[in-house]
Ligand binder design. Structure first.
Ligand code: ATP
Length: 291
């Protein structure tokens, strides 16, 4: 989908990206981690054609320096710092609809889930919203689009805990798009991703992919015991196709290899309940139902 070959970017002769090489494939959901100043935002800006650079960035096999407008139209981007747009929110949403194909009904639904009533804010200039409200509107626009790749730069930094949880659930539901998410909260985005890339001083220092160890189609079998019956936990595991015994305390079921992080994220939300957990690899086996 995207091939990055020896990408370098200097500011005042200081290398911020240093011959960075990486490829992003369709279906990749990547957490991009790294300390402040590692170069994550600069990488996004180079990918999106906002900055000139050395090296090559190719979308879908093309390897030009200039981004093809058609390719970029399939990328949704939520920046770390919202731009100081003076236009009213309503105008921004219309722009997203007419210019980027965002679905108004979907945007209304997403905004509502994150606690924003679009009718209430539509006349307000975007730049006058609070930091969290701006981020919610930008996330609404990004998720309202039918993008192939979504790039989020610290997407939940300004969100309150409730909105953050909703946001993570909304991202988890978007299994159709590839994602590249820069975050300092790996534990938060881990449930969403199947690949973790760490940057340090403009280079990739770790690229860990669940799919490298377990092939697509592989499964793990999870056995879980909880301390007391818990309806929301049982419902969550039911959604994963787990079965429970008569006591309501023991659960077992298959976890697709590529979904391991997301599964562990679901468990983490109920961490205090869990007495015992085992997660065994079952390579090359289709999931069998446990009765
Ligand atoms: N427009 C610019 N002009 C000069 N230096 C810049 C510019 N943009 C970024 N830098 C520098 O490049 C380095 C990398 O910045 P970048 O924003 O890419 O890091 P980051 O990994 O996203 O960090 P953070 O986790 O703090 O968001 C920093 O030292 C920053 O000061």
């Amino acid at each position: 989908m995207i091939t990055i070959d020896r990408l370098s970017k200097r500011f005042d002769r200081r290398a911020v990206l240093d011959e960075l090489t990486l490829s992003i494939d369709a279906g990749d959901r990547i957490a991009l981690i790294g300390s402040n100043g590692a170069g994550k935002t600069t990488l996004f800006r180079c990918l999106l054609g906002h900055y000139g650079h050395e090296g090559r960035v190719g979308f879908d096999g093309s390897a030009g320096q200039r981004r093809d407008a058609g390719a970029l139209a399939r990328v949704a981007f939520v920046p770390q710092l919202p731009p100081p747009l003076r236009m009213p929110v309503g105008e921004l949403l219309t722009f997203a609809e007419k210019g980027a194909g965002a679905d108004p009904a979907l945007m209304r639904d997403i905004a509502g889930k994150m606690g924003i009533d679009l009718d209430e804010v539509k006349k307000r200039p975007f730049y006058r919203l609070s930091g969290g409200q701006k981020q919610k509107i930008l996330v609404t626009v990004a998720l309202g689009r039918n993008a192939d790749l979504m790039i989020f730069d610290e997407p939940s930094a300004n969100l309150d805990p409730a909105a953050r949880a909703v946001f993570i659930d909304l991202l988890a539901a978007r299994t159709d798009a590839s994602m590249l998410i820069a975050s300092h909260r790996l534990e938060e985005v881990a449930p969403l991703v199947n690949r973790v890339i760490e940057m340090d001083r403009g280079r990739v220092v770790l690229d860990d992919s669940v799919a490298d160890r377990l092939r697509a189609g592989d499964f793990r079998r999870a056995e879980i015991e909880i301390s007391a019956p818990h309806e929301p936990f049982a419902r969550a595991l039911e959604g994963w196709g787990f079965v429970t015994d008569a006591s309501g305390l023991r659960f077992s079921g298959p976890v697709p290899a590529a979904e391991t992080f997301r599964f562990l994220g679901v468990l983490a939300r109920h961490g205090s309940l869990i007495e015992r957990l085992s997660l065994e690899e079952v390579p090359q086996a289709a999931p069998e139902k446990v009765n």
